[in-house]
Write a protein that binds this ligand. Structure first.
Ligand SMILES: Cc1ncc(COP(=O)(O)O)c(C=O)c1O
Length: 364
């Protein structure tokens, strides 16, 4: 029996050691020259005017919301199917997350038709998430909607580095966009995050907030309240080494996706993609009649599948919001039918075939 884990990190040791050596040569292990270089390269990739590094993707969203002035008394519409950090960062700034269903079980994109009746005088922003390697399928409509209703658009692009339609990179449609460099992300620094914006004032707010309320270190005079959201150069060294391999990472992930398509295409549904944007499978997502049953079969065969996100309205930590389950049929079906298949660099054709066979066995 094969043993196939859900994920293995891709760390290119040779490049990493070269970058990390320069950290020790410069004797600068806190945030320094490599952080600046990593930031510049990320700005080039995303095409954003301004950007700041953050300690992780969750704090990146928190920093973004804080810099936009969102806080107590405000409400933020949050896509109901996403990682918990999208909702929690709203809660963390003291605002209320208002969850809204997705478009379809196989399209993890905010359903705009359901947003309007959730708007109140307190709604300040909409937070969407570009998930599993695809851009939100209605990102341009969401942007128009925000403009019409005078709402800020916050994009959780934690999983979306490198995804673009050739003109606009995910994370740069809205007022702010955030990225994660957690171990399983397209580019990783172990832990890490990044926030982009084209708004100078928001950028300046972030500079203060991320560095103890001052513009530069080395002074103990703090004009504003701020915290520490910095990232060390050891982490940026890993990020720079990863960026050198970005084309390779994308190519390998697409190969995996295409193999799953070859073995499963036409037999199960795949996640709906935005066909005008590039696609970098963060995980390969498929939909079956009963995800729990299929995952059980796969586990018996030594494979580690994973469910898709448990809808936010159902999270035990959010019962205090008293959401009505019947308002979220698409999110519920998405969870009951969706499976994350192992998607990591190094996964062989044989392993993908074995995983696909096991999945199909459960459908009989
Ligand atoms: C959609 C989404 N949002 C936010 C995060 C939070 O990022 P981090 O784990 O770096 O805090 C993640 C990743 O873990 C994510 O997948």
């Amino acid at each position: 029996m094969m043993k196939i884990p859900q994920f293995k990190s891709f760390v290119n040791k040779k490049d990493y050691y070269r970058e990390v050596k320069s950290v020790f040569e410069k004797k600068y292990i806190a945030e320094g020259p490599l952080g600046a270089k990593f930031r510049e390269q990320l700005l080039e990739i995303t095409g954003a005017k301004y950007g700041v590094l953050a300690s992780n993707g969750t704090l990146a969203i928190y920093l973004a919301l804080k810099a936009l002035g969102i806080g107590r008394g405000d409400e933020v519409i949050v896509q109901n199917v996403t990682f918990i950090a999208s909702g929690n960062s709203v809660e963390m700034v003291g605002a209320k997350p208002v969850f809204v269903d997705i478009k379809a079980p196989d399209d993890m994109t905010l359903d705009l038709k359901k947003v309007e009746k959730k708007l109140t005088k307190r709604t300040k922003a909409i937070m969407i998430a570009h998930l599993f390697g695809s851009a939100c399928t209605n990102i341009r409509e969401i942007k128009k909607f925000c403009k019409k209703h005078n709402l800020l658009l916050v994009e959780d692009a934690a999983q979306a580095l490198g995804i673009t339609d050739g003109k606009t990179h995910c994370g740069t449609f809205g007022e702010v966009g955030t990225f994660s460099f957690y171990a399983d992300k397209t580019v990783t620094t172990g832990e890490g995050g990044f926030v982009v914006t084209n708004n100078k004032e928001v950028y300046e707010n972030m500079l203060y907030l991320r560095n103890q309320g001052r513009m530069s270190s080395g002074t103990f005079v703090h004009p504003r309240i701020g915290y520490n959201f910095r990232m060390s150069d050891l982490q940026s060294a890993l990020g720079l080494a990863q960026l050198k391999k970005l084309d390779h990472i994308i190519e390998e992930k697409l190969k995996i996706y295409n193999l799953y398509q070859k073995y499963l295409g036409g037999k199960v549904k795949f996640l709906k993609l935005h066909n005008k944007f590039s696609f970098i499978p963060f995980r390969v997502i498929v939909f079956v009649e009963n995800a729990e049953k299929t995952m059980m079969q796969m586990k018996e065969d030594g494979i580690e599948p994973r469910s898709v996100f448990f809808p936010l309205h159902k999270q035990p930590c959010y019962t205090y919001l008293k959401n009505k389950d019947k308002e979220f049929p698409m999110s519920n079906e998405c969870f009951e039918t969706g499976i994350c298949l192992p998607t990591w660099i190094g996964l062989t054709k044989k392993q993908i075939k074995y995983t696909s066979k096991s999945l199909l066995k459960s459908l009989k």
